[in-house]
Design a protein around this ligand. Structure first.
Ligand SMILES: Cc1cc2nc3c(=O)[nH]c(=O)nc-3n(C[C@H](O)[C@H](O)[C@H](O)COP(=O)(O)OP(=O)(O)OC[C@H]3O[C@@H](n4cnc5c(N)ncnc54)[C@H](O)[C@@H]3O)c2cc1C
Length: 500
């Protein structure tokens, strides 16, 4: 019998690309299907939402995780890039990654996967596919990696009267730029980074902006007072071991710029876990202080032209509302019963392997969780894990053991959005793959590196230092991560070619 090698990969965003690469490294045959005409997923910017697209970036978006944290583990962003990067350069880097590792030839563009079915013994997979000529076909594979992102269903809360409100109604994924809102009265709903950034951009561009939040938020800057990116400061292994210190460190970063969140109407109710309510937005303080953004509580109801808030305030003649209210967890191309238990909670080991399948080791969900910290390193580690599970190099534990692990983690429910702590999940997966370094071994062999391991930023290169897939550039990049982050404004690259 021919070796089982055929892997269907659905989606050619970052998760799909790193899945192709991981499969190739393990001697598997990847077949990637992408429903749009280019790779890059969310970072492939178009002026309008593409058909079927979920999350999208707006024109001025800049990453909120720093480039060293967001890097591919063996293909870093060039050091000439700024610490936080606009979407054009992000896409350029993704394309360079695909080109460098020759990944694109494995992708079939304009090809939509409609459905994934098991064959009779539950081991193999049939994908129903609609190709670029609208032809339907069914193809069979030994393994499947679903890299469609779960940020694919825009979530808009249901407010009384919203249907009758005559102003503009947009989800943040439809927002592109601020000029059309000049001199308009706009409510932005949501206390996340996206809500903050859109509100601030509207305010800078002459709109009258109201920011409605259900829970309040903590505003964090991208850069700490000593010039290091926020993630480099709070994501160290030392602080991970001391969650209260980590929270305190984060809180002091929030307060360093604006001690008094309450007066500005922002104070989040929760202190612990502080991660729950965070708005990474450097401009918010100034816009609030200059009265260009007014914080509001949750909306009670919409009238034809007006909006009533839960504290009784009414805003009259509102021109529009932008919902930065996130996305719902949703994997539409597989059967719900593969994911959810009787109470509707998803049972997915390491957020990769659906436990409810007879053979969870044959289907992997890559990057379906939304990690605090960057998505990319988690997606990459998940892809490395899955491809090695497919080849049998790594054997999944007994179902009972996987279930115990799942029970200790946040379980997703359909159509809700959750965040999971990214760096600890990365460490767990790296341990399974055998690429998590040991502090004590490092201390004996390379004390400088050992100190960086404990106190330095948890950048993805740590998982290329040793073991399968080791990359010779890893040590250097780890030790220079901070310097590379600061290496800015020297030959800052033009991104004209990416402007479409
Ligand atoms: C405004 C904004 C800012 C962000 N900033 C950051 C940041 O600073 N740092 C960070 O780490 N992350 C950030 N993200 C998160 C971003 O989603 C991740 O960085 C990452 O790129 C997700 O990659 P992915 O491959 O999982 O999903 P996507 O990029 O969404 O790719 C999924 C791909 O699957 C394809 N697809 C879906 N369904 C099908 C189907 N049925 N058949 C065929 N193809 C299909 C889609 O067309 C798409 O190309 C941001 C997201 C947004 C919206």
């Amino acid at each position: 019998m021919a070796a089982e090698k055929r892997v269907a990969i659905v989606g050619a965003g970052v998760a799909g690309l790193t899945s192709i690469k991981s499969c190739l490294e393990e001697g598997l045959e990847p077949f990637c299907f992408e429903r749009h005409d280019k790779l890059g997923g969310v970072w492939y910017y178009t002026n309008e939402l593409r058909q079927g697209q979920g999350s999208a970036v707006y024109d001025s978006v800049v990453t909120n995780t720093s480039k060293e944290f967001m890097s591919f583990s063996d293909f870093p962003f060039p050091k000439e890039y700024p610490p936080f990067i606009g979407h054009r350069l992000v896409l350029r880097h993704i394309r360079n990654y695909a080109e460098h590792f020759d990944l694109e030839k494995h992708i079939r563009f304009n090809t939509n996967v409609l459905d994934v079915q098991r064959n009779n013994d539950g081991k193999y997979w049939k994908l129903q596919i609609k190709d670029k000529d609208d032809q339907f076909s069914t193809e069979e594979f030994d393994y499947v990696m679903i890299c469609t992102s779960t940020l694919n269903m825009a979530n808009t809360p249901k407010y009384p009267g919203l249907d009758n409100f005559v102003g503009t109604k947009l989800h943040a994924n439809e927002y592109r730029e601020a000029s059309i809102f000049k001199r308009k009265k706009i409510i932005v709903v949501g206390g996340s980074a996206t809500g903050g950034e859109i509100a601030a951009e509207l305010a800078r561009n002459g709109a009258e902006v109201y920011l409605s939040m259900r829970h309040g938020t903590w505003i964090v800057p991208r850069i700490s007072p000593d010039g290091r990116p926020l993630d480099s400061v709070v994501f160290t292994r030392h602080l991970l071991r001391w969650p209260t210190r980590q929270t305190a460190s984060l809180e002091s970063l929030c307060k360093g710029r604006m001690n008094d969140h309450q007066t500005y109407g922002l104070q989040a109710k929760e202190r612990y876990p502080a991660w729950k309510r965070l708005m990474i937005c450097d401009d918010m303080h100034d816009r609030l202080a200059q009265g260009q953004i007014k914080p509001m509580v949750d909306i009670k109801e919409f009238l034809k032209n007006d909006v009533i808030f839960k504290d009784g305030t009414t805003l009259e003649n509102v021109d529009g509302v932008i919902f930065a209210t996130g996305y719902g967890f949703n994997v539409p191309i597989i059967d719900d019963s593969w994911l959810y238990d009787e109470s509707g909670k998803a049972e997915v080991y390491k957020y990769v392997f659906p436990l409810r399948l007879d053979h969870p080791e044959r289907l992997a969900l890559i990057s379906i969780c939304t990690p605090f910290g960057s998505h990319w390193p988690v997606a990459e580690l998940q892809a490395r894990l899955a491809s090695q599970v497919f080849t049998g190099n790594i054997v999944l534990p007994e179902k009972a053991i996987m279930k115990m692990d799942i029970d200790q983690k946040i379980k997703f429910e359909k159509n809700k959005q959750y965040q999971v702590p990214g760096p600890p999940l990365g460490e767990e997966i790296a341990e399974m793959i055998g690429v998590r370094p040991s502090f004590w071994r490092l201390l004996l062999s390379d004390p400088k590196l050992a100190m960086a391991y404990e106190y330095g930023p948890m950048v993805p290169y740590w998982y290329r230092l040793q073991g399968r897939g080791a990359w010779p550039g890893a040590r250097d990049r780890i030790l220079n991560a901070e310097e590379n982050t600061r290496f800015i404004l020297k030959g800052y690259p033009s991104c004209e070619e990416e402007i479409n």
